[in-house]
Design a protein around this ligand. Structure first.
Ligand SMILES: Cc1cc2nc3c(=O)[nH]c(=O)nc-3n(C[C@H](O)[C@H](O)[C@H](O)COP(=O)(O)OP(=O)(O)OC[C@H]3O[C@@H](n4cnc5c(N)ncnc54)[C@H](O)[C@@H]3O)c2cc1C
Length: 356
């Protein structure tokens, strides 16, 4: 384990933003982590844990220690006639984990195929796509308290997973490092192909779903055809979350904009990045969801460019780095979009991306 100084992070974030970390370290084992806890760099600096860097925006250099999670290993813990419990270390790439499960004929994470990033970051925002969320399959999360060095196992309930949200983004923000995640997957067919685009793809390509791999392959193809590839154009997927409103506000907007798309609990929402987000379970008081992409598009931002940054031409939720952008430029664009949506609709867009 080597601690580097003034480390360039531009290749470690999918936005491709150039930023430096005062200190940088890669950890490959829990022993590395325990050793790291005793170093002065860890004790005396603020810390940032990084996985694939696919949900962060560096707005400036990081004046502290960046810890890159490279904890590897996947093991089957136990199984019964219906379920298999699999523990994955947090530094495994999410899609590799999906591949591991579908190759074994297991059901549960196939709809989440090709989401960038690591297993360890997945609970942070309860990743979701095409009708499935992490919470549907999460058994527990192992995490180290970065002050005491003690490991705690968080049950699914304790993780407080919500729409792109968890306890780790709120009351326990910056307090835990997620080292491993255990999943409960099904041996018994449990397919979720209700999402319209997925259904259409299966019909068009005459695919009869026989196993979970058929679904993960289909989703992989759909995502490749719809989403900007960060290797080609820097981005972090959806920059903003969708918006929940109550029925009073909805009626007010509907009278002004009769075509406004809206979704109630258990209905499909078509997010350009992740398809249907069915299991959002919004609270009854704020139970109507408005796609943020539509709001942004209505303000005329889709496909617009401001210098080195812009809004993707096909996906208004995705902000892109056309090359050489700074995090500040992306943030300026995001703030203009937020202000326009606020002015036109009286709605507050919230960032999905983590600002660093
Ligand atoms: C093209 C594209 C498509 C995407 N599609 C989707 C999608 O369909 N659904 C979806 O939900 N998301 C999507 N995302 C967002 C992103 O892939 C997920 O949020 C992913 O889980 C981030 O993983 P990561 O390892 O890259 O996290 P990072 O970006 O490295 O980190 C994200 C946050 O988690 C923290 N963190 C990371 N690892 C740990 C850890 N081990 N312990 C504690 N904190 C940690 C970081 O400090 C940071 O605050 C997409 C992103 C892109 C670029």
């Amino acid at each position: 384990m080597q601690i580097h100084k003034d480390y360039n992070l531009s290749k470690l974030n999918t936005f491709g933003i150039s930023a430096k970390a005062k200190f940088f370290v890669e950890i490959k084992s829990e022993t590395d982590l325990k050793e790291l806890f005793d170093t002065p760099e860890f004790k005396n600096s603020k810390k940032l844990f990084l996985g694939g860097g696919s949900n962060v925006l560096f707005t400036k250099d990081f004046d502290g220690l960046v810890v890159l999670n490279k904890l590897k290993g996947v093991e089957i813990l136990k199984e019964d006639s219906q379920n298999v419990f699999i523990r994955s270390m947090g530094g495994e790439m999410w899609h590799d984990f999906v591949t591991f499960t579908v190759e074994r004929g297991l059901w549960g994470v196939e709809n989440l195929a090709l989401i960038p990033g690591t297993v360890g970051a997945a609970p942070m925002q309860n990743i979701g796509a095409y009708g499935v969320e992490l919470r549907d399959v999460l058994e527990n999360v192992e995490a180290f308290n970065i002050k005491t060095g003690e490991k705690k196992i968080f049950s699914q309930k304790e993780c407080k997973l919500g729409y792109r949200d968890s306890v780790f983004k709120n009351e326990l923000k910056d307090q835990y490092f997620i080292s491993a995640v255990t999943f409960k997957l099904s041996k018994i067919e449990n397919k979720n192909i209700t999402y319209k685009v997925l259904q259409e793809y299966l019909v068009k390509n005459k695919i009869e779903v026989k196993n979970s791999k058929d679904i993960s392959d289909a989703i992989g193809s759909i995502r490749k055809s719809k989403l900007p590839d960060p290797k080609i154009i820097g981005n972090a997927g959806s920059f903003f979350k969708n918006v929940f409103i109550d029925s009073k506000k909805f009626e007010e907007l509907k009278s002004k904009y009769p075509e406004i798309p809206s979704f109630r609990e258990d209905e499909e929402i078509v997010n350009p990045v992740r398809g249907r987000e069915g299991s959002q379970r919004p609270s009854a008081s704020n139970g109507i969801k408005i796609p943020a992409g539509w709001l942004i598009e209505q303000c005329g931002w889709k496909g617009k460019r401001l210098g080195n940054v812009g809004v993707h031409e096909k996906q208004a939720l995705v902000l892109v780095n056309h090359g050489g952008a700074t995090g500040e430029e992306v943030l300026t664009l995001a703030n203009k979009i937020i202000a326009d949506v606020k002015e036109k609709f009286g709605l507050e867009l919230v960032l999905e991306v983590n600002l660093i």
